[in-house]
Design a protein around this ligand. Structure first.
Ligand code: CA
Length: 701
């Protein structure tokens, strides 16, 4: 099934011993990669997620203030708490979050009063285990995750007034102390959109030390009588005396369904001491990361590779739960009901259709089978597939790339056949409608696109060329499903024809994509350096290559191989100048392009990430090799400033994972990979369906 582009396989060294494969990858991961980020400059915009792969709940230390998307910054000096988080990125922010904080002085409840100095020298950051020393409290904190619960171990100093704060955060929360159970229960409704009115994250927190006293708060500075509070901002602190070195184990779980379900989820921890939870989490990470074994690289390359693979298997996260009867159920953020079956969330398809979902299909097909069943459930729970989900529809980015995510999984044999028609019907509906409240769901501009074959740039719809290009590729993806389903010939012809719509925004005079007016003329004046406008977080140099499904056609439109290569080369040769007039300020992606010193190539954002691989189509593979190596060697590091832009829920990481293995899915849903330049001498992929891949030319999904 590998087509003409994939000429050569990895050439394994014949006469000397094969290099050893990595066997315990979890300890190569640093969860701090990408955390040295700020609003104006991203080196990942990540936080150290303490979690199991695709786990429903993550935990993170919190250096920022309540509600700040930059929850953990590497350059911060204070920790204000440890929160359960569901945040996919700082731009989308969090929902259902609440925090726990141990203190030496239980009077210090407010997030500023309770904050403590810390140092990275007294911090351990692994996926399965986090540890930090809170200097001002003289308390050591350790955290280990399960999928829906976590175990926290606090080592206290000698103190008459030790305490553990549970902060349910503001914008609507509830808390109740159950002294006889040594527990706190409650809920948080805090969110950033994408949820119905009845949204709750119900939590339970249990202490293994008898609660000697407690105080409940209506806001951080107002202690109240009684054991419970419901209002804007509920907090509680339980207090006790501690001896020096005394350990208190706090176990916590939560549910989006109910308090009862939170106690059911709590059973993930039942009978397990902290060490057992940590060791089980480590074993799980070694299993999931060990699905790709590599050998023949340097220690630094292994650190970067497995830190990237860690980021590739966090999102989309499980949003489903397992009830008392053992059934898979979920609270639906699409209709507010508790429904049967799987649901995953917290991903933006504009980013992750490119490499992250192909990686799931290649290595973790059983996981993506659940994700796809979840998408079919969403199709039953509302009219639209999500484009940016967190947890329900969020208004962010452009395109209709759910088509790519769905088609690639069907073509790869991952999606159960029973769901194909449901998914297809929902995709087709989305091509003719736009969500009434969320303009990035469905297709904004479908009326123009479906009649003219493009979205004009002068009819009040922004980013019209980006939308047109992505809809054309999305139509090609829908075509692949239509063929699988054996849809009628006229329907097949319709998708075939609209897959060519990219041609309608290609301006032959510039050999670049360009805005097109309603009257058919191209937009003037034109600048290939202008970000935004008719494009999304990029310029014409970046977006012209978004013809994933017809690279040959694009080459022909440009005038042949030589012109195509000249245009590709130009992206790297032109200076990193820019026009930011559409935004009115320099967006962080522009700065990230400039500092990379690769001309106008912008690896820090998604539109250009497949571009280097296009040299293959023109027979200039050596240029792919050279540039792909440069990006791997210079723009990825296992350090806190390790990414060259937003990591974006596994997408930028999955680029590295594929590239390090020596190939890349330029066109998801095609079943093809383009050849790159492998970083490692050998790899073994142990697919979670039991099959093994050691050579990409033999991949047959
Ligand atoms: Ca991005």
């Amino acid at each position: 099934m590998i087509k003409r582009l994939l000429i050569a396989a990895l050439v394994l060294v014949g006469c000397r011993q094969e290099p050893e494969l990595v066997t315990e990858p979890a300890d190569y991961v640093s969860t701090l990669v990408g955390t040295l980020s700020e609003h104006s400059f991203s080196t990942g915009n990540t936080y150290p997620a303490i979690a199991l792969p695709w786990g429903m709940n993550f935990w993170t230390p919190v250096t920022g203030k309540m509600g700040d998307g930059w929850a953990y910054r590497y350059d911060a000096h204070h920790i204000r708490g440890f929160k359960q988080t569901h945040q996919p990125s700082p731009w989308i922010n969090d929902y259902g979050q609440f925090a726990i904080m141990p203190v030496r002085d239980a009077e210090k409840v407010d997030q500023n009063a309770r904050a403590s100095w810390f140092s990275h020298h007294s911090e351990t950051a692994r996926p399965y285990y986090y540890q930090v020393y809170l200097a001002d409290h003289d308390i050591n904190v350790e955290i280990a995750p399960t999928e829906r619960a976590a175990s926290l171990l606090f080592t206290f100093p000698e103190s008459e007034t030790s305490g553990i704060i549970v902060d349910a955060y503001d914008e609507g929360s509830y808390i109740k102390v159950l002294p006889e159970k040594n527990a706190i229960i409650g809920y948080t409704t805090k969110n950033s959109g994408g949820v119905p009115e009845n949204f709750r994250n119900w939590f339970v927190v249990k202490f293994d030390k008898p609660v000697e006293g407690y105080t409940v708060y209506d806001g951080p500075s107002k202690a109240i009588e009684g054991a419970e509070f419901e209002g804007d901002h509920a907090l509680a602190v339980v207090t006790f005396k501690t001896a020096r070195g005394e350990k208190v184990n706090v176990q916590t779980a939560s549910s989006f369904i109910s308090l009862e379900q939170a106690w059911t989820n709590f059973k993930e921890l039942e009978g397990k001491c902290f060490t057992e939870v940590r060791d089980a989490a480590k074993a799980r990470w070694n299993d999931v990361l060990g699905r790709i074994q590599v050998g023949g690289g340097t220690e630094d390359q292994y650190r970067t590779f497995y830190s990237c693979l860690y980021r590739s298997v966090l999102f989309p996260r499980k949003f489903y739960e397992i009830n008392e009867d053992g059934d898979i159920v979920h609270y639906s953020p699409y209709n507010g009901e508790v429904c049967d079956g799987y649901l995953y969330t917290d991903t933006g398809f504009w980013d992750t259709f490119r490499a992250l979902f192909p990686l799931l299909n290649l290595v973790y097909p059983s996981v993506n089978a659940e994700i796809q069943q979840g998408l079919a459930n969403i199709a039953r729970e509302n009219s639209f597939l999500p484009e940016w989900a967190s947890p329900g529809h969020r208004d962010c980015m452009v395109g209709n790339n759910s088509a790519s995510v769905v088609a690639d999984a069907i073509i790869s044999g991952v999606t159960p056949e029973k769901d194909w028609q449901t998914l297809y019907d929902c995709l087709v509906y989305g091509t003719e409608h736009v969500h009434p409240e969320i303009s990035s769901t469905g297709r904004l501009g479908h009326e123009y696109y479906n009649t003219l074959g493009y979205i004009p740039c002068d009819v009040g719809i922004n980013e019209s060329v980006a939308r047109t290009l992505e809809y054309a590729y999305n139509d090609w993806c829908i075509l692949q499903i239509a063929k699988k389903l054996g849809r009628p010939a006229d329907e097949i012809e319709k998708w075939e024809s609209s897959s060519d719509n990219w041609k309608n925004v290609f301006d032959p005079s510039h050999k670049l994509m360009c805005g097109r007016n309603l009257d058919g003329s191209f937009q003037e004046p034109f600048s290939p350096y202008k970000w935004g406008g008719v494009f999304t977080e990029g310029n014409a140099w970046h977006y012209t290559w978004s013809v994933f499904h017809d690279v040959e056609g694009l080459m022909e439109a440009m005038g042949g191989k030589e012109e195509f290569v000249r245009m590709l080369d130009s992206v790297f040769v032109v200076p990193p100048i820019y026009d930011d007039s559409y935004y009115g300020y320099r967006i962080h992606e522009i700065t990230e392009m400039q500092v990379a010193n690769m001309g106008n190539y912008a690896h820090g954002n998604q539109p250009a990430q497949h571009m280097i691989y296009l040299y293959n189509w023109a027979g200039e593979h050596h240029k792919t090799e050279k540039r792909v190596r440069e990006v791997m060697d210079r723009l990825y590091k296992a350090t806190p400033d390790g990414y060259c832009g937003d990591e974006d829920n596994g997408q930028t990481s999955a680029w590295y994972v594929f590239s390090a293995l020596g190939f890349y899915p330029v066109c998801p849903a095609s079943g093809e990979y383009a050849e790159g330049a492998p970083l490692f001498e050998r790899f073994v992929i142990h697919r979670d369906d039991g099959s093994v891949i050691t050579d990409f030319k033999n991949i047959s999904l």
